[in-house]
Design a protein around this ligand. Sequence first.
Ligand code: RIB
Ligand code: CA
Length: 314
Amino acid sequence: MSAPRKIIIDTDPGQDDAVAILLALACPDELEILGITCVAGNVPLPLTQKNARIVCELAGKPETRVFAGCEAPLMHSLVTAEHVHGKTGLDGPSLPAPVMPLESQHAVDFIIDTLRAEPPASVTLCPLGPLTNIAMAFEKAPDIVGRVQEIVLMGGAYFEVGNITPAAEFNIYVDPEAAKIVFDAGAPLVVMPLDVTHKALVTKPRNDAFRALKTPVGVAVAQMTDFFERFDREKYGSEGAPLHDPCVTAYLLRPELFTGRHINVEIETASELTRGMTVADWWRVTTRKPNALFIGSLDADGFFALLTERLARL
Ligand code: RIB
Ligand code: CA
């Protein structure tokens, strides 16, 4: 067995972030979480950093290092998503307040120091929320960009268009300037847009399988997805909650579950109407340089089988 892959999860929990974090924590032989860095997004930073610690304790991993990062986007005022995730950001289960400490170092400095300390191309960044922390780190320490093994992020949309505006997906919309910095940086990039995450739906049998684990984690995940599916059912008529962020973790574990194209993806930052749109050249109609593996589909049954089997380990 090769050494576990070193990752930093950057996140704005959020129920789907929580499931992504739980999946990663359930796989210590394959993924070594160097730290979880929190950013404002679904809910403000004081809640995202608290929720990240709640999730680590739910997983029985209070030794995990959790850092607070940026509390607002680079240029715009913060847009949150309590209408989707509830006022705590983790509505659904009733989970105890965290006891484990928050690290004192700022998340951006942790990202910089870690990338400088670890061997080149040995750390993967896994952004699950707005890209403010990642962009700030790249701006503050440009030397780290070339040291990143890969960025595997949830964000954007093409055929699925927007979920927060007609044109934009939430993570990119909240901080489009940050997204432009990350997408233009040149680090190897894998993008999980709504095009694939809207195919990872927690249907009732899949939710029942979480509950049937009869563990605190299984029951909590079932309650989380029961809660946050309301938004997508109402808006899209979905059969269940789309597990956006866990697609990132699952890609790290079993990339063969996913298919996509290496294409050019640019971020709209100038237009108010289409702010945060990911302009994905899926049909390669431009000569713009490909900069991302843009994922379009997944083996949903394989994804849920992996997720349920690994969550059972916690
Ligand atoms: O648009 C979905 C994304 O926005 C997910 O990462 C969700 O957690 C929110 O951050
Ligand atoms: Ca998220």
